[in-house]
Design a protein around this ligand. Structure first.
Ligand SMILES: [Zn+2]
Length: 154
């Protein structure tokens, strides 16, 4: 995930700026109050301070629930035979048939190809923010403290 402030560097912190919670890189985080440290995907970061609310952000891609209907309807609307669609995607017709019957779930990669060919939306980005705070008392935490700790910890 990119920093929501500069949009250039990787977000590393959840910060509060003027009441808004934003994901910020280490540089931009200096302009706000750090609420928590982020980790990408499901990888949990070790708590930098037990009094700090640990925030775990999961960013995953999911196939929409009604993928089968969307594919079938779009294909019929565009008047594409299943076997032709299979050729366009370089997939087996039987495999696509299973997908349209909801017997199989397409991979993200295949879903993205289907999106392009059929002009439909099949992949959704799901962002979950998991707070693992134990409700402990919160103390002021500054980026300097964190960076200091990193340098000392070699
Ligand atoms: Zn930034």
């Amino acid at each position: 995930m990119l920093c929501e402030i500069c949009g250039r560097r990787k977000a590393a912190f959840l910060v509060e700026i003027e009441g808004a919670k934003l994901y910020a890189c280490a540089v931009c985080a200096k302009g706000g109050k750090i609420i928590g440290k982020l980790s990408q995907k499901e990888e949990k970061v070790k708590s930098i301070d037990k009094n700090i609310e640990e925030v775990v952000v999961e960013r995953t891609e999911d196939i929409v629930d009604d993928y089968a209907d969307r594919i079938r309807k779009a294909r019929q609307r565009m008047n594409i035979e299943l076997k032709d669609l299979a050729k366009m995607l370089n997939e087996k017709e039987s495999f696509l048939k299973h997908i349209e019957r909801r017997e199989m779930i397409p991979t993200i990669k295949l879903a993205k190809k289907l999106e392009k060919v059929l002009h439909i939306k099949l992949v959704e980005e799901v962002v979950r923010t998991l707070s693992t705070s134990s409700g402990a008392k919160k103390e002021e935490f500054t980026l300097a403290d964190y960076l200091q700790g990193e340098e000392d910890g070699g």
